[in-house]
Ligand binder design. Structure first.
Ligand code: EPZ
Length: 426
């Protein structure tokens, strides 16, 4: 029986993008919201959910925990009863770091969670020390054994907690725990990403009182038993939107990005305007007029927590940087190993220098080559590089891209961009 191994795409470059593309729901908002559904007994209807493999995996995990799951297109119906399993398949956890969100969601319901350590990934060590500190702060006992963590909470209590670092899923875990214990909790030095605001608006529909989501200081008044039927539409994916904005800028195209929230991309828009990209916005669209050649006024891009330049758009920006008329320095401050896309782009002729967390990208003539994706956003940067390059590029290991980009080929086709998919079957 032949087995699907992986898929790859072949792109003839250079290509110019032109047209409109619709943005889907945010993967990094849907994941915590699906997890948070576990703390509420009732029916949950989620709309604008993207069809990406990370979501498929999390829905499989919550289904194994006893949640009723029904999907139709971009809508998910969840039915959460009063008893849930507490065993999470370790193979699933090791495939997706965001599984750590299940602890904050399950603990209040089942009292004890035994979870495999999510482990690092290609972009960095990805420690979970802040998550463990959050669990302990709410009264949980933690035991680390081999590569499992047992978190037990006979009685959770409200707490005041200050993060040592801005952590998105760490803040989301704290929000879920604070929501499900009776009383007032205060969370300090929280991450401010829009996905956290979206999670908070979902939790408020559950009956939780939350003030300050999106700011570093969040006050939560939780309650022990949350039981409501909820409908929620997930916010647009700002990273998907930003990726297509960069596609337009890099290919010199005229593109309208629809169903997005430009407010969530102010740092990217500011940066691209300094490069010389013409960008106009309305409340939910971004119009980009790219150029064949740029007279860039930008010297350096530095990633930082929201509202700074998103680390999840750093790789895609590096692809654009090869087309600029001057060297551009890219500083990655969030993850310690997030320049792997450059090693692959080197096969296409990219000229750069990496010194620790800093990469200087020089003007480069990219030529088609065979390259391999290493992580979700690196795969997007290779697609953009292939659209700039002269010749044929084959990108393998595309399962990375399928984790976070829904209908890539169709969406690129709506911009007049042709890519050919190949499935590797052995
Ligand atoms: C979220 O990951 C996103 N994933 C990532 O998107 C994103 O890159 C990242 O936030 C930063 O914006 C989801 O939301 C599912 P962090 P997360 O905890 O929460 C350090 C993508 O491409 N840290 O905000 O895991 C950590 O090492 C993915 O969609 C600790 O030191 O990231 C990093 O330097 C990739 N201890 C920094 O904080 C901890 O306990 C930010 O990490 C936790 C984090």
């Amino acid at each position: 029986m032949k087995k699907f191994i992986d898929d790859s795409i072949v792109i003839e470059g250079p290509q110019i993008s032109k047209g409109t593309v619709r943005i889907g729901g945010a993967k990094n908002s849907a994941l915590p919201i699906i997890a948070a559904s576990l703390i509420n007994i009732g029916k949950v209807k989620l709309t604008n959910i993207p069809w990406v493999s990370d979501i498929d995996l999390l829905l499989q995990i919550v289904s194994e925990l006893g949640v009723g799951v029904f999907r139709e297109n971009n809508i998910v119906h969840l039915s959460v009863g009063d008893s849930l399993e507490s065993f999470i398949n370790p193979d699933h956890v090791r495939r997706m770091r965001a599984s750590i969100l299940l602890v904050g969601a399950l603990l209040p319901r089942v009292g004890k969670v035994n979870i495999a350590k999510p482990g690092g990934c290609s972009i960095g060590v990805r420690p979970i020390d802040q998550h463990l500190k959050v669990f302990a702060s709410f009264g949980a006992e933690i035991e680390e054994k081999n590569d499992f963590i047992k978190v037990e909470a006979r009685k959770l209590q409200p707490t005041n907690f200050s993060f040592n670092v801005k952590t998105v899923t760490g803040t989301e875990n704290a929000l879920m725990l604070a929501s499900s214990v009776k009383g007032k909790s205060l969370l300090l030095n929280c991450a401010q990403e829009p996905e956290i605001v979206d999670l908070a608006s979902f939790l408020k529909k559950m009956g939780v009182k939350i003030k300050g989501a999106g700011s570093p200081v969040i006050e939560v008044e939780g309650s022990a038993l949350l039981s409501n039927d909820i409908t929620h539409s997930v916010i647009p994916d700002r990273i998907e939107a930003g990726t297509y904005v960069i596609v337009a800028a890099a290919t010199g195209g005229e593109v309208t990005v629809l169903d997005c929230i430009p407010e969530h991309l102010r740092s990217l828009i500011y940066t691209l305007r300094k490069v010389g990209v013409e960008i106009e916005t309305t409340a939910n669209t971004i119009f980009i007029r790219g150029k064949e050649r740029y007279n860039s006024q930008l010297n350096c891009v530095k990633t930082s927590p929201y509202p700074g330049f998103p680390t999840d758009l750093q790789a895609q920006f590096c692809a654009l940087a090869t087309k600029l008329d001057k060297p551009t320095t890219v500083v990655e401050t969030i993850f310690e190993n997030r320049f792997q896309h450059l090693k692959e782009m080197k096969k296409m002729g990219a000229n750069f220098l990496i010194e620790g967390s800093k990469a200087v990208i020089y003007p480069s003539l990219l030529l088609g080559a065979k390259v391999a994706a290493s992580d979700l956003r690196a795969s997007a940067s290779l697609v953009i590089s292939a659209l700039i390059a002269h010749g044929t590029t084959t990108i393998t290991n595309l399962h990375h891209l399928r984790r976070g980009y829904e209908k890539l080929e169709e969406k690129l086709a709506s911009l007049g961009v042709e890519v050919h998919s190949e499935s590797l079957i052995k």
